[in-house]
Design a protein around this ligand. Sequence first.
Ligand SMILES: NC(=O)c1ccc[n+]([C@@H]2O[C@H](COP(=O)([O-])OP(=O)(O)OC[C@H]3O[C@@H](n4cnc5c(N)ncnc54)[C@H](OP(=O)(O)O)[C@@H]3O)[C@@H](O)[C@H]2O)c1
Length: 343
Amino acid sequence: MTTSAAKPGSACVDPAAIPQRTLWTGAKMPAVGLGTFGSDHVSAAQVAEAVGGAAAVGYRHFDCASVYGNEIEVGAALESIQRGGIKRDELWVTSKLWNDKHAESDVIAQCRKSLADLRLNYLDLYLVHWPFPNFHAPGCDVSSRSADAKPYIHENYMKTWRKMEELVDLGLVRHIGASNMTIPKLKLVLRDARIKPAVNEMELHPHFQQPELFKYVLDNGIQPIGYCPLGSPGRPERDRTPEDTAPTEDSVILEIARRHGVNPAAICIKWAVQRGQTPIPFSVNHYRDNLECVTHDPLSDEEMQTIARLDRNCRLIKGQVFLWKDGQTWEALWDVDGEVTPA
Ligand SMILES: NC(=O)c1ccc[n+]([C@@H]2O[C@H](COP(=O)([O-])OP(=O)(O)OC[C@H]3O[C@@H](n4cnc5c(N)ncnc54)[C@H](OP(=O)(O)O)[C@@H]3O)[C@@H](O)[C@H]2O)c1
C-alpha cells in the first residue's frame, strides 16, 4: 500500500491546474510526469500500482521505457486507468528505444513491442534512450564494457532516426525525441532530421542545471524533460561516486522548504516547472505531493535566482558503461570540448 495512493474522499489534483508545455507541433504535454524506473529496488508491481494511484490523484504524464522492465505491468495499469473513465487522449505516455535496438531492422518492431506491452495503439512520445548503440546487461557494474562498443556515429544515429520518423508516418507515435544528447550532437540531428526532435530528455536538478544545453534546446523549439529532478536519492549503488551531491540535502533548498512549509523535493519540482523544464520524478510514496506542489505557492523570483546559483555541474548519471575505448573517462560521452568526441 503506498502512502499517497488515492483514498476515497481524499482530494485530488485537477489535471487542468498542472502547467502544460507546448511542443513544436502544437501538442500540449503536462509539465510534470511520473518516472517509472524502479532503480532496481522497486518491483514492477509496485511501479504499476503507483501509476494507477498517480492517475487517480491527477497525473496524466507517464515516462516509461522498455529497459525499465515493467512495461507489461505498467500497461495493465494504463488499461485499467482508461477503463476507469480517463480517455486515452487525456494521457501522455512516453516510451524509449533501448541501446541494443538501434538497428534499422529493430526500431519499428521494438516500438510495436512497447505498444503491445503498454496496451496502447499509439505513443505520445518515443525517444532514442541514449545516443550510443552499446549493449550492456541490466544491473552491470559501471566498469563493464561491451566488446563492440561504439562512439556516437552520426550516420548511424540518423539511420535509427529515419526509422523513428517512419513511426510518426505510420501513426504509431505522435512525437519523436532524443535523450542524453549534447549540443554538438543535436546540431547535427537538427541539420539532418526530416522530423525534428520534440524533446530532449536530460538530467536536470538544482545541482546540475545544464544552462547552455537548456537554453539551446529551448531556442531550437525542443522541450527539455528533466530526469532525476530530485537528484535520484534511490539510484542504484553502481550509479554513485564520492563526488556526488544531493540537491534535497542542500542547506539553501532546506531553508526555502522550511519557509514554504514543504519537503525539499517540492522545492526542486517547483523550481523545475517554473524554470521551464518538465520534471518526471519517480515515486511510489510521495507522488501526490510531487504533483500538488506545482499548483500553488510558487517560488519568488528571488528564490528562483538563489536556486540558479546552486548549480554545481554535478552530473549523477554519467553513463560510464557506454565508453568505447580503454582509458577514457565519462566526460568523453558528453562532448565537453564543444564537439562530438572523436572516435
Ligand atoms: N532518459 C534517461 O536516460 C533517464 C535516466 C534516468 C531516469 N529517467 C527517468 O526519470 C525518472 C526520475 O529519475 P529517478 O527516478 O532516477 O530520480 P528522482 O525522481 O530524482 O528520485 C526518485 C527518488 O526520490 C524519492 N522521492 C520522490 N518524491 C519524494 C518526496 N516528495 N520526498 C522524498 N523523497 C521522494 C523516491 O522515493 P519514493 O518512491 O519513496 O517516493 C525515489 O527514491 C525515472 O524514473 C525515469 O523515468 C530517465
